[in-house]
Design a protein around this ligand. Sequence first.
Ligand SMILES: NC(=O)c1ccc[n+]([C@@H]2O[C@H](COP(=O)([O-])OP(=O)(O)OC[C@H]3O[C@@H](n4cnc5c(N)ncnc54)[C@H](O)[C@@H]3O)[C@@H](O)[C@H]2O)c1
Length: 301
Amino acid sequence: MAGFLADKVVAVTGGGGGIGRAVARAVAEEGAKVLVADYGVGMAGEDPTSEVAQAVVAEITQNGGEAIAVGDDISKMESGERLINTAIEAWGHIDGVVAVAGILRERMLFNMSEDEWDAVIATHLKGHFTVFRHAAAMMRKQESGSLIGFTSGAYVGSVAQANYSAAKGGIVSFVRSAAVGLHRYGVTANAIAPVARTRMSANVPVELAEMGDAEDIAPMVVYLLSDKAKHVTGQVYTVVGSKIAVWNQPTEVRAMWADGRWTPELIAARLDSNIGQERMGLIDKLEEIRQAAASQDKPNG
Ligand SMILES: NC(=O)c1ccc[n+]([C@@H]2O[C@H](COP(=O)([O-])OP(=O)(O)OC[C@H]3O[C@@H](n4cnc5c(N)ncnc54)[C@H](O)[C@@H]3O)[C@@H](O)[C@H]2O)c1
């Protein structure tokens, strides 16, 4: 055992598959005791099975590690509570939570059903709250702990993923709020926007410019869980292959003032020349893709 996380107790939601499995295995290899929490569902959240979490626990214990499987649906409040209570009962403390569980239900906004919206928001955004909420209560008492959320580059906007993108943006705001609220108790909160070859990324219809393996994400998670990262909080990191990038801290970029209260006429006269000129890069990129596709469609000559 390398021991980067010796004596720590870490819960990994979605730890039964994809990136979560790679994280759970790496965390165990570094000496942590691991709760592998996974509902064992298909990519849209269907057909749950407890075998998925149990299989990863078997892999960890075969390698000499310690792990417990929890097969609950993490979008439920009682699942988050049970997960943290299981850690406390088994090992007495909880030092890290890594919220990786996620599903996809892609649909254009004008066709998206209420159920497609609710299920994605519940699994991703509420699935962070259910565990972070109960972990934070313990971590506050311990005066230490590390919360790690999983967002996505899609949080800046995504064509047929309004539900997923909104959940991932919510996770960034949630993690930032946890970082601010828990700082005085010695608890950190950060988010990772991963890109990795899994069944989820295989479902994305466009070729991603950067790609790597689920195992490439784990070292950054291990670092953020460790005592070496006690000063790191409120950050969003992209992790893909051999690249780690940090996102900016959101801030206003420019402002304008009226002489007194604004009128719509004054705003119309001045907004375009000063404020609101930044185009969404995504819109331009989509336009490029459409034009390239249209020129390929044209018969030669
Ligand atoms: N793979 C990528 O390139 C990529 C890109 C951006 C963001 N992400 C995010 O990274 C995370 C992991 O993605 P992945 O590619 O490994 O996906 P994956 O589909 O391979 O794994 C997701 C895991 O979450 C579990 N899960 C789903 N709903 C659950 C629930 N309600 N309760 C408990 N467990 C549940 C599944 O059973 C599965 O094991 C997700 O949050 C995803 O949105 C992934």
